[in-house]
Design a protein around this ligand. Structure first.
Ligand code: ZN
Length: 428
């Protein structure tokens, strides 16, 4: 995953254009990813797909021709989607177009800014560059952004891994940021690896639920995907936005809008399995694309998984969010936790008791541990009794697991034993 991040890091991803397309092509080597192109000018709900932005070069040079700010050194120097410009400007004229950090962690840290849906241009500079630009008020700088806007399309990628059921588990990562690592190359590579492993698993045993893994630009990309897939949205069983997953720290889950959907409850169970090393925060209608999936017209069971929040991540949207901060071990740990979550989601069920009039006889079915007997069945017996009691069609296995404070594995095993004995049936 770290190797993929290294390959993808230099590409200038933006809302549209070559950077996103190259990223998606790269991911196609690892996933059966279909790349969708939605033409500029297409209406998606309240939005319109913009023209494609192409950037070739940009710089601010002094009168000797020395580049003080150079896009070729770092693609964050140009605010994404900046209008083209070619002018000679003094510092005073240039300053309204400059962006810098007021409290930079170092003299060389550059902020990340965008001009999406704005007819403006801007340069992002470090404190060191700002000091140089300010030195001589009489200096005239050559200011160039060699960029064009032209009709084209917005690209997003999607891998659909069909399961036995149309109930869908959605994994979503935004892919519109240029050279930033944790936000959100980390989410892109983790989603890709999860998908790659699911593809491998599906070759041995069919997937129970359908998986859709989506890579799209933030906001307009999510809205575009939602517009294109409106008919399928009722099938979304659980979904996660994956972002900021490469920095070490406890997992943070931001709930779905409704707050008690399958994904919210699966995470509760997962946190208990991980000895409460994860943290849950409430839904709020800002942040990442959980707010699009959680818009009232959709209200989907989609939350967001992170290992830091944007406000707690001091490198957020700056050049300090680079590969140096990402460790292979952290990515691996993230992957493992997500695998554990998918196991839970994959085996969750809504059981209905087929013998609900009193406790069915468990002894003849090998499911009863007499009083005073040794504890060889352990908490398995408890799991059996909880499932039978709560299998009324209103409680799924996640509810049962939580109410009985039982390990997930035990609940799945007990459910399987009860299913084999015909004592419960699963309903969709
Ligand atoms: Zn971001």
């Amino acid at each position: 995953m770290l190797g993929w991040m290294r390959d993808l890091f230099p590409l200038h991803r933006a809302q549209t254009g070559v950077g996103v397309r190259k990223t998606l092509r790269y991911l196609q080597h690892h996933l059966p990813l279909e790349v969708h192109e939605v033409a500029s000018g297409t209406t998606v709900f309240d939005w319109t797909i913009p023209e494609e932005w192409h950037i070739r070069d940009a710089f601010i040079a002094d009168s000797k021709g020395q580049r003080i700010v150079d896009y070729r050194q770092c693609n964050l120097h140009v605010a994404s989607n900046s209008q083209p410009v070619c002018q000679k400007l003094s510092y005073a004229e240039l300053e309204p177009h400059l962006h810098w950090l007021t409290e930079p962690p170092s003299l060389d840290t550059v902020p990340y800014r965008t001009m999406f849906f704005r007819q403006e241009w801007g340069f992002c500079v470090s404190q060191r560059m700002l000091d140089r630009l300010k030195t001589d008020p009489a200096e005239k700088f050559t200011v160039v952004i060699d960029a064009t806007f032209s009709p084209g399309s917005l690209s997003y990628g999607e891998a659909i891994l069909p399961g036995q059921s149309r109930e869908t588990i959605l994994l979503y990562a935004h892919c519109c940021h240029p050279s930033l690592a944790n936000d959100n190359l980390s989410g892109i590579v983790v989603a890709t690896m999860l998908g790659k492993q699911l593809v491998k698993r599906a070759k041995q045993q069919p997937l129970r639920r359908t998986y859709r893994i989506v890579f799209a630009p933030a906001t307009i990309g999510a809205i575009t995907w939602l517009a294109a897939n409106q008919a399928d949205l009722p099938q979304v069983y659980a979904g996660l936005i994956l972002t900021l997953l490469g920095s070490s720290g406890p997992f943070i889950y931001k709930k779905s809008r409704r707050g008690a959907t399958v994904i919210d409850r699966a995470i509760e169970v997962l946190w208990r399995e991980l000895d409460n090393q994860g943290r849950t925060i409430p839904f709020a209608p800002w942040g990442y694309d959980e707010r699009q999936f959680g818009a009232p017209g959709f209200d989907l069971p989609v939350g967001c998984l992170m290992r830091t929040t944007p406000s707690e991540f001091s490198e957020y949207h700056t050049s300090a969010d680079n590969l140096e901060k990402i460790q292979a071990q952290t990515l691996q740990e993230t992957l493992k936790t997500l695998q554990q979550l998918l196991t839970i989601l994959e085996s969750n069920d809504l059981p209905v008791n087929q013998s609900p009039f009193g406790e069915p006889r468990l002894g003849p079915r090998g499911l009863y541990r007499p009083y005073g007997a040794d504890d060889s069945l352990g908490r398995f017996q408890e799991a059996v009794l909880w499932i039978l009691n709560l299998a009324d069609g209103d409680h799924d296995l996640l509810d049962i697991c939580q109410q009985g404070q039982l390990p997930w594995k035990l609940v799945s095993l007990a459910a399987e034993a009860l299913r084999q004995q015909g004592l419960i049936k699963s309903v969709d």
